[in-house]
Structures are given as structure tokens and as C-alpha cells.
Design a protein around this ligand. Sequence first.
Ligand SMILES: Nc1ncnc2c1ncn2[C@@H]1O[C@H](COP(=O)(O)OP(=O)(O)OP(=O)(O)O)[C@@H](O)[C@H]1O
Length: 547
Amino acid sequence: MEKDASFLFGGISFNRKKFARDFDRFKGKNIVDSAEKLQLIEKEDKTFDDSLEKVEFVENEISEMEDETSTSVSKKRKRKEKGTVSDSVEGFSVFKSSKLKKEAASEETDQSVNELIQGKKEYYQQLERDAIFRKMHNIHVSGSNIPSPLHNFAELRSRYKCRSYLLRNLAKLGFKEPTPIQRQTIPVLLSGRECFACAPTGSGKTFAFVFPILMKLKHTSKDGVRAVILSPTRELAAQTTRECKKLARKKFYIRLMTKQLAKSGDFSKLRCDVLISTPLRLKFAIQKRKLDLSRVEFLVLDESDKLFEPGMLEQVDFVVKACTNPSIIRSLFSATLPDIVEDRARTIMHDAVRIIIGRKNSASETIEQKLVYVGSEEGKLLALRQSFAESLNPPVLVFVQNKERAKELYDELKLEDIRPDVIHSDLSQIQRENAIDNFRAGKTWVLIATDVVARGMDFKGVNCVINYDFPDAAAAYIHRIGRSGRAGRSGQAITFYTEADIPFLRNIANVITSSGGEVPEWIMSLTKKKWRKHRPQRETISTQPDI
Ligand SMILES: Nc1ncnc2c1ncn2[C@@H]1O[C@H](COP(=O)(O)OP(=O)(O)OP(=O)(O)O)[C@@H](O)[C@H]1O
């Protein structure tokens, strides 16, 4: 890499050409206030990566500069020393006093040079400490002037003056340490920066955006909606509302945009600090109920890649446009963040920081992943029954391709002794909520589901996810299996595949290997398929003979 180039991912480098002026100044000419200089340097040092080698390079630069400076200072001293000879001439007080002044100025110069070097040294030492810490926690960042990550929750008070009630509520949740995504995203959002955040499923992204919002809003206000969180499904929106309320307790008005509220709410009178909604309902409320979002200070796009898919993108766009506050802070969160989403989002974001935990678009490493060949559709039902008979370790989530298949599989299993239930988009809101609540409460053991619960849903302790139908994309796979192995717990994921799925196996195999799993050699030698959506026509799920 060229030494003079400024680069995003390459680490720290000190650009001698660019800082020629500073070098001159270091050599003793035209010294200005050291703080001012430090600011200049900080402003110009745009990029930093956590590469320690580069930090070493900077240290060398600093010691070179120190050498240069001390040579220049010692030259000056020599000159000064020469001057002292003439000082001893009596009766020339005019010269003497001007010499004294020069001496004092020169001492000041020495002091400011030292301060400058010290300041710069401390600045780079902090960068180095941040780099080591990020490396320890697998945090990768890019962008300019990125705030130091959080070492612990106590720093929220010492660095950001977090109010006690929030820390108390946090303590009540039993969280001892911030998760890696929280360590970096919270300081970034608190310092008013926009961000893209990509971290594995179940790694605490929700609190990573909820916490800084509540901190920055400070107190409730009558001025209308101040923060909007967009979620792709109603279930996830409801869950995020609940999580948000756990932290805010009674300090803020946290609202879920229900169908009822969107249709008949009087938004001019409604107290609401944080509003959580799906894009469609929010768009409806803006258009039909004149919901004003011009004061929104924070906009979060959770599961952002899903929100950017055709079908939702237009509604999301509408909401983004309705949030007209010029100082709004926007952030994107997901476990999968394709480049195309980042590129699109960059067009609306300002100087956003990019935060990736671990490897981008990879599954959680706490999930043991298995691929199981079942031959044909018939084979799936046999394999499922066999797996339940051998060891049913509830709660188990079973994903199928669409709602028709969810109904069919439920009909097959409903009389078996496995306490099954089903969730899909044809059910009423109440039925969907009941299905989730019963599964959470352990009343049902096996929940048959479409991708409606694949994203963001936090079912604690799901032991196993079974992909009865092969997922339609690698991202869908990552999110589905991410319903288990959350918050550091272990989990299991089994994916059935048939002949029809073999051309798409390699894509899933890549996800498995990149999260530390093993895959048979022959699968790795398959060619990688350019994968849009893999939704083959599948035979009906039934063991009943056709009449
Ligand atoms: N600092 C923390 N310490 C311990 N547990 C935490 C912490 N932060 C969040 N959690 C818990 O971790 C679980 C997963 O968090 P969350 O649902 O935010 O994950 P996520 O990263 O958004 O996952 P997904 O990508 O599936 O949406 C939750 O049960 C949450 O309460």
C-alpha cells in the first residue's frame, strides 16, 4: 500500500507530505498553540484500522519526530548557550532583557513542543488500546474518528453521564457486560454518528440501539414522535416495544403502531417518544392520519436488509422521507448486510461508521449445524418423525417454505404427542400472538413456522431449529437458525435437503464453514450458485394416500 495514500481499511499511517507543515513546525519554526495543532492532526487523521502493525508504524513515526524535534531543540539550546557568553557583558541591559525574553520564549516553545508530542502520543496510545480491545472482541470498524468502545456499562455514567434510572433498569435485566455490538454501537450513536451495524443473530443488537436512544432523548416530551424504529414484521415490532419498555419503564412513552392505532389514532394528541412499527402501518398513518415525523431525532432500520427488499423498500423510503429533521441520526442493524444495502443506504447517510462483529453475514458460532439428505419430500416427514422419536428436545422450531405447507405439516403432526402449534400470515393477529406466547411459555413444544418468525424473534432457549424446507437464500438460513444459540447459549440446526436443493447446497455450506462447522468435501466442490430465491414447487406434505 502506498505510504502517502489515505485508506479506510489499511490502518494508521502518518502522511509526511500532507503534514509537511506540521513537520516544519515540529522543527521549531513558527510554533503555535499545541492544543490547536493536536486538533489539526486529529482532524486530518481520517482513518484507523485495528491493525497493530500499523500502530507500531505510527509509534516509529512519533519517535522519529521526537528525534527530529530534540535535534532541533538541542541545536537551539546550543545557539542559546553561545548567546549566554555575551549575556555576561555588563551595562548592556537592553540586550540582556531582549535576550531574557528570547530565552523565555524559547522555553515556552520547548514546553509546547513537549506538550504536543505528549498529546499526540496519548492520542495514538488511546487508538492502540482501542485497537487491541476491538481485536479482543472481534469488533471491526471503518469510518473516521470512531469513538472508543465501551469496556463496561459503568462507562456509560463516567463517559456519557448516563442517568441512574437507566443503569438501574439495565442492572435489573441482569446484563453484566455489554456485548461486542453494544460496546461499539452505543458510543457511536451517543456521539451523534450514523452507523451500519452487522452482528450475529442473538448478539444483543436491540439494546445496542434502544439504549443510546433512551439516553439521548433524556426525558419525555410533548413535541411528538422523537424516535422511530422500523421492523419488518409485527411480531418483531411488538417484541422490540417490550424490550424498549423494559429499559425505559415509565420514563418515556413507548408505542407500538398497532392496526387500531394506525387506523384511528389521534396523533395530534398522542404522547409518544419512541414509536415502533412495520413500514406499511407507519406509511398508512402518515398518509391517512397525518402523523407528523418532522421531529424525529433517531431512525432505526432493524433487520435493514429485509426492509430494503422489494415490497418493503417503497414504504421504508416513504418513512425515511417523512422524517425531515435535518439533524436526524439514522442507523441500520442486521445479522446480514449485503453490500447492495450498504451502498443504497450510504446515499442517505452522513459520515456513517461501519461496525461489523466477527465476519459479515455469518451465522452464530454457538450453533451446531447439520445438513441431512432426505431424498425426496416423502423422506422429510420420515426424517422429522424419526428425529422426534430419537430425541425431542423442546422447544423446537420447524421452518417450512410457505403458509400452505405450514398448515399441511401441522395437520400431519397435530395429533402426535409433541405439543405442536403453527404460525403463519393467514392467522389473525391474536392467533399469532397466542402461538408465540404459548411457545415462549413452554405450553407448546414444536412450533411450525414460515419465515414470519425467522427474523429477530428472541425465543429464549430454542434448542433446535429444523429447516424442513430448504431456505430460499443464505440470509434466510442465517436468520432461521439464529432463533437458537442466542445470547451465548448453544443451539442446534438441522437442514433437510432433497435432490431439488442440491444445486443450492454450496451456499449454505459456505455459511456453515465460515462459522466453524464442517461440511463433506463433495458439497464444497459443488459450484456456487448465483442465488436469487430458491422456492421450488414442492409436493404436498401428507402421508394420506391420494383418493
Ligand atoms: N449485554 C447483554 N448481556 C446479556 N444478555 C443480553 C445483553 N444484551 C442483550 N441480551 C439478551 O440477548 C438476547 C438476544 O438479543 P437480541 O434479540 O437483541 O439479539 P439480536 O442481535 O437483535 O438478534 P437477531 O439478529 O436475531 O435479531 C436477548 O434475550 C437479550 O435480552
